[in-house]
Design a protein around this ligand. Sequence first.
Ligand SMILES: Cc1ncc(COP(=O)(O)O)c(C=O)c1O
Length: 451
Amino acid sequence: MHHEQHEDATLESTLPCIDRSKALLTRCEALVPARTQTLAKGPGQYVRGVSPVFAQRGKGAHIWDVDGNRYLDYTMAVGPLVLGYGNDVVDAAIREQLNDGITFSLMHPLEVEVAELITEMVPSLEMVRYSKTGCDVTTAAVRLARAYTGKSTVLCCGYHGWHDWYIGTTDRSLGIPQQVRDLTYTFAFNDIESVRQSIDDDTAAIILEPMVVDEPNETFLHDLRELCTQRGIVLIFDEMWTGFRIARGGAQERFGVTADLVCYSKAIANGMPLSVLAGRADIMRLLDRDVFFFTTFGGEALSLAAARATMQVLRDEPVLAVIEQHGNILRDQLNALISDYGIEWLSVKGLGSRTMLAIARPMEEALLVKSYIHQELLRCGILWNGFHNLSYAHRAEDIEHTLEAYADVLPRLHNHMSHGKLADQLLGTPMEPVFRRTGNFNTRPRLGASA
Ligand SMILES: Cc1ncc(COP(=O)(O)O)c(C=O)c1O
């Protein structure tokens, strides 16, 4: 499929040729419902008809599509690639493990070694279990919290995966019984009152992403911690994004708050499928017998070898400092550009290693804006869909190139928006929202918010 003459095709002013992506998508649509296995990298998250759909390979901070076009990647496999594609140390560790085998009839020493490394990097963690997806461990954490407290309801804030207990709170809950939906409620980030009002005597767990867009205010996570301790509620941090990214010890270290249970995935193994449930020994010990959590591939060794290598690099090299510094430069200079152009409804938020464009417009219009920027950045050889997920392989010159590209796109965006003509500029189908409504689904009925 890969034709050498297409390699490193210059994209400067024209949109890439995506014929092979289009042909594959047609075959895909006949066989694969929803087309994609990972919503955030599917064709609905890019401008259809314009954007590449299928990847051929990746190296460093770059991805090549099946038509041979090369892009600087800001999606980075939706999170895992903290060191970049094809990191030499991680790849060597995977190859070396492959010589011995992938998965066995007995346990593998890496199950112990990786647990030791995790508890060394995040000292508050006392015990560790593995699984394959983020969902596996958020669901296991919720079950553990229910088992430990003898209570049933869950309060959550953020995205926690496709399992019933969480996705039942959203508008994509078909197939989930009302009885299950009635057990999970959401609360608003940085709003301790919304949590206080939602807690009752049956609250087993509070699970949240400790940071997505805004940093937690000075008191929020500390107040949550105190509230959970007072009310006998298990505090769970969903650190799929923050873990091994915003500090070696993740959000717990960065914000100085210790959760009871913590869920990790993504960055811990630089692209190999591994998730981790860890936390307090007295809660985790319930997994010894009465809380059942086992799976065929839990101790699969290639992923554990990748995790060991990734954590060693994170420990021994200034990875997190570098990605944060690059990301902060990108965020701050981009915000300066936006303010120079007087685009009041646009800003870049987040912490260095993961920042995102915040578009203060109604959803339909915000999707048009995102779609336009995505389409125009493709012309500059940049694959972007709203986030800047930085890796150690993104260099200062990549950031500079990105800022130049934005400097070209933003005034045109502003101009088309001012004239109400942005939709005319799109050469394909705009991006789709993940949920039709966002935020504050299924808040506690007595909160008085619309359900
Ligand atoms: C914060 C968070 N929690 C949970 C999940 C679910 O993980 P997975 O998709 O691996 O099941 C994700 C996935 O993106 C996530 O971002």
